[in-house]
Design a binder for this molecule. Structure first.
Ligand code: ADP
Ligand code: ADP
Ligand code: MG
Length: 674
């Protein structure tokens, strides 16, 4: 085993790798950018080396500096995590040349699977089933169009070098093909520096089922079963679970064998994932096709750990140091069911727009760090909730990296139990300070499709009515929370004063207190009154409820409102109050009349960036006459593209930035004149 490794990554995965290394007695070296100087992953490691500026290309992708850091600190191996350099063939080669072990597959295997087109050709030879399509070299638009017509619409155009759900276009009719091809190639060129594409049949109602494989340097290769990652938004995974519901033993063994064949075809060593797209054919049986192989540890690997009891990072370290696989195929068994939810800084109601800001409140459900039992037989005390996070309360989510801030993983004896545990774990996840998808995830989990395991990649679209713009906590309940908090704060002040009487609540010398609350753009007045008998009454919008509250500690309150009783968590941060209940949360602002003076000003002809990001393209130039709703610019932030459209008709007066520029949130992108 290694004595010291360098972790060439950040965030939750760097912390997660460090945790296993520590358990195995392996010292760790972190690397960090300017923005990450105080980050959790830096503290999680024994040593840390600064490697550059905020943008990934100036730090986490600077592999020369990372190798220098490995040499300077005496690290024997580099763990690349996922993303960044994990699938970079040149880096894997450079490590080998520098005498540092790359904890991952041989560079040749990365190269072989790096292009989706080339990988498909290889798999074809290995006898792995493929989606019908064209993955050859000819990228002439007319030729590809003819191929699409041969395959039959709908088709999917995919960037060969694509990843992270980008560089894909679904085309439903022949007349849309050329435009979609051009836009796909533009995105592929900009994101991956390579505009080669493939065309394949668009599988309708597909499931994404992937197989975890592991190879060692002795030539052995096993599969650790499957994960179902069908719940996606914009082709990116949202929830992942293992095992895949409805998977038969026969199909599992068949897919496992196909995945192992894929890995063996490229001399695979270490952790890898073979992704398949599966479609249901009569009787609920599945037909599956190879999609791509990811030559790294996957974000969703914890669900596999939860059902097998094996620590995959430990396996990676052992295999990379030359040891044989810790288990044989026959030793591997599935225990129970696990689901992972990706917690992201984003606003689902605004088309998943990434969010940045400070994690003013970050509270997790009761959990353990992660399962420690490397022994697959030890399931007496399964870890039922695991949180993999790379952030702490008070940390900022910057625009420079991925929007995924943490993962919540639950384990249950069966799927129903795992579902119930995920629901309560999400209920107890409280984040304040920026938009997150926590409430959205909870609705997805509760949706009929997910609850009944009616899984396919269109699940979110199908369940749209119950997933988006859902009401939060009812306003009177939230107001009760605000009052409970105010009450407790005053009682605390009072009890700190030995001279004060403790015979109940006094409202700043009066018997009625007014709370000016703002929800969205609406102003509400709530009142709390003390009646003659000492009881309290809450008023809102002309209605009144008997009210009482008791502080439970740790920002939690037991509140009675009329006949209802609620346990609420209330967080007051500056003027912002966030109230979390069992069925939802609500964020209110203490109303400040002065801040409202300028509300009606409007933005006139200015068009501003909705989030910090990079300008990818301007779709209009100065002098162009544009219509309302016409796309004007494309921005990219946190791996996602966003199109900015004209708020009204007009003429483009001026572009304020150039393609490739970084723009701050609210930065003026272009000006429209009448
Ligand atoms: P999964 O591991 O489940 O496939 P994702 O598809 O979301 O998860 O992405 C996995 C990793 O691939 C992420 O860490 C992400 O940073 C990385 N990734 C996403 N897009 C790209 C890209 N364009 N180039 C290189 N890596 C990428
Ligand atoms: P990435 O590199 O971004 O992970 P993949 O090729 O793995 O790209 O595909 C990502 C997702 O796109 C899949 O999980 C699936 O939802 C969808 N997808 C890919 N290929 C097809 C297809 N042929 N038909 C329908 N959906 C597809
Ligand atoms: Mg994929």
């Amino acid at each position: 085993m290694f004595k010291k490794i360098l972790i060439a990554n950040r965030g939750e995965i760097a912390c997660r790798v460090a945790e296993t290394a520590r358990r195995l007695g392996v010292l760790t070296v972190a690397v960090y950018s300017d923005a990450d100087a105080q980050a959790q992953h830096v503290r999680a490691c024994d040593e840390a080396v600064h490697i550059g500026g905020n943008a990934a290309k100036d730090s986490y992708l600077q592999w020369q500096r990372i190798l220098d850091a490995a040499r300077a600190t005496g690290a024997q191996a580099v763990h690349p995590g996922y993303g960044f350099l994990s699938e970079n063939e040149a880096f894997a080669r450079a490590c080998a040349e520098a005498g540092v072990v790359f904890i991952g597959p041989p560079a040749s295997a990365i190269a072989a699977m790096g292009s989706k087109s080339a990988a498909k050709s290889l798999m074809e030879q290995a006898g792995v089933p493929l989606v019908p399509g064209y993955h050859g070299d000819n990228n002439e638009p007319a030729f590809l169009q003819a191929q699409a017509e041969r395959i039959g619409f709908p088709v999917l155009i995919k960037a060969s070098a694509g990843g992270g759900g980008r560089g894909m276009r679904r085309v439903d009719k022949a007349e849309d093909f050329l435009a979609a091809l051009a836009s796909c190639q533009r995105e592929a060129k900009a994101s991956f520096g390579d505009d080669h594409v493939l065309v394949e049949r668009y599988v309708t109602k597909p499931r994404h089922i992937e197989i975890q494989v592991f190879g060692d340097t002795q030539g052995d290769c096993v599969y650790l079963f499957e994960r179902d990652c069908s719940v996606q938004r914009r082709h990116q995974k949202v929830l992942e679970e293992a095992p895949a519901p409805g998977m038969s033993e026969v199909r599992r063994a068949e897919m496992g064998a196909a995945a192992v064949a894929a890995a063996k075809a490229v001399g695979y060593v270490g952790a890898g994932t073979v992704e398949f797209i599966a479609e249901e054919v009569g009787d609920g049986d599945l037909r599956f096709y190879f999609m791509e192989m990811n030559t790294r540890l996957q974000v969703e690997h914890p669900v596999t750990e939860a059902i097998t009891g094996h620590d995959l990072v430990e396996w990676q370290l052992r295999v990379a140091s030359g040891e044989p696989l810790p288990a044989k195929q026959d030793d591997l068994k599935i225990h129970g069911h696990a689901i992972e939810a990706r917690i992201c800084a984003e606003n689902p109601d605004a088309n998943f727009l990434p969010a940045t800001g400070t994690l003013q409140v970050l509270r997790w459900p009761a959990h353990v760090g992660f399962r420690r039992n490397a022994d697959a037989e030890r399931f007496h005390e399964p870890a039922t909730v695991r949180v993999d996070a790379g952030v702490r309360e008070g940390d900022a989510i910057s625009p420079f990296y991925d929007s995924m801030v943490a993962k919540l993983i639950v384990w249950g004896a069966d799927r129903a139990q795992a579902l119930a545990r995920l629901d309560s774990a999400l209920r107890d996840t409280h984040i304040v300070g920026l938009h997150t998808n926590v409430a959205f995830l909870r609705r997805v989990v509760a949706s009929r499709s997910f609850a009944t395991a009616d899984l396919d990649t269109a699940l979110i679209e199908r369940e749209r009515p119950v997933l988006f713009d859902a009401p939060g906590l009812p306003l009177p309940v939230a107001a009760a929370g605000v009052m409970a908090q105010a009450l407790a704060a005053e009682t605390a002040l009072e009890s700190a004063d030995p001279w004060s009487r403790r015979d109940g609540w006094r409202i700043h010398g009066g018997a009625r207190r007014r709370f000016d609350l703002e929800l969205g753009k609406t102003h509400h007045v709530a009142t709390m009154e003390r009646l003659h008998d000492g009881a309290l009454r809450l008023g809102l919008g002309g209605e009144f409820w008997p009210f009482s509250a008791q502080a439970l500690g740790h920002d939690r309150y037991d509140v009675t409102l009329g006949r209802e009783r609620h346990t609420l968590a209330v967080y007051l941060r500056g003027e912002r109050v966030a109230v979390f209940g069992a069925h939802g949360s609500l964020e209110l602002q203490e109303f400040d009349p002065i801040a409202h003076a300028g509300d009606a000003a409007g933005t006139g002809g200015r068009l501003t960036a909705p989030m910090p990001g990079k300008v990818i393209a301007f779709l209009a130039k100065a002098g162009d006459v544009v219509e309302a709703g016409q796309p004007l610019a494309v921005m990219e932030a946190m791996k996602m593209e966003h199109t900015i459209t004209a708020p009204r008709a007009g003429t483009v007066a001026e572009l304020m930035y150039a393609v490739g520029d970084q723009v701050a949130e609210g930065g003026e992108l272009l000006r429209l004149s009448e």
